[in-house]
Design a protein around this ligand. Structure first.
Ligand code: SF4
Length: 264
């Protein structure tokens, strides 16, 4: 590891080993702190603010600090512990969050260092960043798991807090550059969980050259965290989709030949 790279520091929320839903094989997922979006259904609200913050620990019955500053070296030391599993399963490291693009130097240094160690690299991203920042990080990743939450701009602003214009342009640019991109669609009741909305996402993705898409079912596992952070959960009371409903939605979509759509 280059000395200067290993010293780059950034804020992370958590490092999760043995992940199986964040790209191929067994992976270590590094959850970055900080996200420019505020999705009403977010299941990782503790990652939204960049800096460490207080969160109630129910076991200890008191507030503790969630999130910490780490160096690239700290992160890579943990990631390398499971190299043997990556090799056996074609796994690797995935940067998630939060949004890794908010800390581009830190993200890129982790990706470069992992690559130099022979580890497959992926980022799961909202794609919400200046194109040059997106490029800077995307260039270092073997795989981009690109979240697309909706095509309707007004609805996107209402439910995530930001426009989707830059996101859609970054997706187009990534596909044009023939990057290895999988589009991930969180299927969210009261936002995009209709054939019409999902079809628009599929159609846009396919039109820019994407041929692999994944549907991620909405869940409410993050809801208790809002209480622990003293924040309001905007999706309170909105029921999850059943597996059957999700399968029906998937089968209602028109998917061109050569395009793969999976439920994760
Ligand atoms: S983009 Fe992800 S981390 Fe950010 S607010 Fe939305 S769901 Fe949460």
């Amino acid at each position: 590891m280059k000395q200067s790279e290993s010293q780059v520091r950034g804020y992370i929320s958590n490092i999760q080993r043995y992940s199986i839903h964040d790209g191929p094989g067994i992976r270590t997922t590094v959850f970055f702190k900080g996200c420019p979006l505020r999705c009403g259904w977010c299941s990782n609200p503790e990652t939204q603010k960049l800096l460490p913050e207080e969160m109630m620990d129910l076991k200890q019955g008191k507030k503790v600090i969630t999130g910490e500053e780490k160096s690239v070296e700290d992160v890579i030391e943990i990631v390398c512990r499971d190299k043997v599993f990556y090799q056996e399963s074609n796994g690797g490291i995935t940067l998630s969050g939060g949004e890794a693009l908010l800390q581009p130097e830190f993200a890129r240094a982790i990706l470069d260092t992992a690559s130099a160690c022979g580890i497959h690299t992926a980022i799961e991203t909202t794609g919400f960043a200046e194109p040059c920042v997106f490029e800077q990080v995307a260039d270092g990743a073997d795989l981009i798991l690109f979240d697309i939450k909706g095509i309707d701009e007004e609805k996107h602003i209402m439910n995530t807090g930001v426009s989707n214009k830059t996101i859609l342009e970054n997706l187009r640019a990534a596909a044009e550059k023939k990057r290895n991109v999988t589009v991930r669609i969180p299927v969210i009741p009261c936002h995009n969980a209709t054939t019409e909305e999902l079809q628009k996402i599929v159609d846009y993705s396919v039109s820019v050259g994407i041929n692999r898409l994944e549907l991620l079912p909405y869940h409410r596992l993050g809801e208790p965290k809002y209480r622990r952070l003293g924040r309001k959960y905007r999706w309170e009371g909105i029921p999850i989709l059943t597996g059957e409903e999700l399968k029906m939605l998937k089968s209602s979509l028109m998917i061109p030949d050569g395009v793969e759509l999976m439920i994760i």
